[in-house]
Design a binder for this molecule. Structure first.
Ligand code: ASP
Length: 423
């Protein structure tokens, strides 16, 4: 059995859903687990619904629910003839139930309520896709990941209970392949031990593909994207990107750690553990090669990869008494940073100085100054860019830093990281 994952962009309208069905026809007769995300930008829309619910803004809540419902109904209109009424009533039922949530007493656990609502995006898309596959002649069935993937009850960021999920998937999912060829299920969602819906964190559908593959000992996982495979840089920032034909699991983990956004970082570990190959392929050109991610590190060094993070702030903390930065300071600095949830992209120290680089969007520099000022002199520099180059050489270093001031350089044998400022 193979696992396929289709993200939001691959089911964003009726034409896209038809394209998924065409891709599946290329694999006629092969057992497939199809993991699907919410359609288009539905997850963002449902997040707004949850915020409207919590801010008790009924008019906004109802408007947003209506917009999401109309979006899905339009897709259904473009897809179905025979089973149209049946699927419309099913999807309307989900939205009607969602509307009633406004008058229900809310728990004060935002994340719990978030998961019950935001998960509906995946439920709806998988219902539409499985019904459409049936209508277009595939042997397909809907499977409910809320009964198959078990997590703890950390809502919005569920931790997978591998043993239990494996048991549930082996007993209640795999046997269905005796009756159907394709099972369509949801990415991103699971359930807590109490049976409440949980989610695995934004962009978590790739991870679901990894979980299903691990628990079923799948042959391979394919992530279908709107790019030809894993590229050596984001085409948004870079001309002349090159596709990585073959890379190792290790390299893929490194790239996603530094911020390459093609695959959710948690996806790789379960596949690596069982040696299950991962393919990244284009849903626009499904017969093209794409990228293969597997165990061998042989080809990793062939192409340098570039990862850019913009809008960075570099903070420098200097002890006020000019004492050396020692372990006690570091522990104190990290404690203070944890208070504001600062995620560090890079750090560096000297005798009396400790520097960190963080995303400007995620912190308020004045707040950082405030919480450090009793003990440290704090300086910061905004509007910076962090460039990470895997498998760098002199030419690539020069290429990214030309015309810019280099504030920090860090190098290992494989990786160079530069903090740059426009001159
Ligand atoms: N729909 C979820 C999100 O947008 C999960 C996913 O698509 O991976 O974050």
């Amino acid at each position: 059995m193979k696992v396929f994952k289709f993200g939001g962009a691959s089911v964003k309208d009726a034409g896209a859903v038809k394209n998924v069905s065409t891709i599946l026809s290329l694999f006629e007769g092969q057992k497939l687990t199809v993991i699907v995300s919410a359609m288009g930008k539905t997850t963002n829309k449902l997040e707004e619904v949850v915020r409207a619910l919590f801010s008790r803004n009924e008019a906004l809540f109802l408007r947003l629910v209506k917009e999401s419902q109309s979006f899905h109904l339009e897709i259904i209109e473009g897809l179905f003839t025979e089973k149209k009424q049946e699927i419309i009533s099913e999807i309307d039922g989900i939205f009607d139930l969602l509307r009633t949530q406004f008058n229900r007493e809310l728990s004060d656990n935002f994340s719990l309520e978030y998961d019950q609502i935001v998960s509906l995006g995946e439920v709806i898309s998988s219902k539409i896709l499985s019904a459409y596959l049936l209508e277009s002649g595939h042997s397909a069935a809907f499977a409910d990941a809320r009964k198959l993937i078990r997590t703890n009850n950390q809502f919005q960021e569920g931790n997978v209970d591998w043993k239990k999920s494996e048991e549930l998937i082996r007993n209640s999912f795999l046997p269905n392949f005796e009756k159907v060829v394709i099972q369509v299920t949801q990415g991103f969602i699971g359930h807590s031990p109490e049976g409440l819906t949980t989610t695995l964190g934004r962009e978590g559908s790739d991870y679901s593909a990894g979980i299903f593959a691990y628990c079923t000992n799948a042959e391979s996982v394919t992530i279908w994207k709107d790019v030809p495979g894993m590229l050596n840089a984001d085409p948004k920032w870079f001309d002349n990107t090159v596709k990585l034909d073959r890379i190792s699991f290790k390299e893929a983990i490194e790239l996603s750690y530094y911020g390459a956004s093609v695959i959710h970082p948690k996806t790789i570990q379960p596949l690596q553990n069982k040696g299950i190959s991962l393919y990244v392929k284009s849903f626009l050109d499904p017969t093209a090669e794409g990228t293969i991610i597997q165990a061998s590190t042989e080809n990793d060094h062939l192409v340098p990869s570039f990862i850019f993070k913009l809008n960075q702030v570099l903070f420098s903390f200097t002890t006020k008494d000019f004492s050396f930065i020692v372990e006690e300071h570091l522990s104190d600095i990290f404690k203070r940073l944890a208070l504001v949830n600062a995620k560090i992209n890079l750090m560096q120290n000297s005798a009396v100085n400790f520097s960190i680089l963080v995303d400007r969007e995620k912190i308020d520099p004045l707040q950082i100054v405030e919480i450090f000022k009793d003990t440290y002199e704090v300086r910061y520099n905004e509007g910076l860019e962090l460039v990470t180059i895997r498998h760098f050489d002199q030419e690539t270093l020069h290429r990214v830093s030309e015309g810019k001031e280099i504030l920090v350089t860090q190098k290992t044998r494989q990786t160079a990281r530069l903090v740059l400022k426009n001159k």
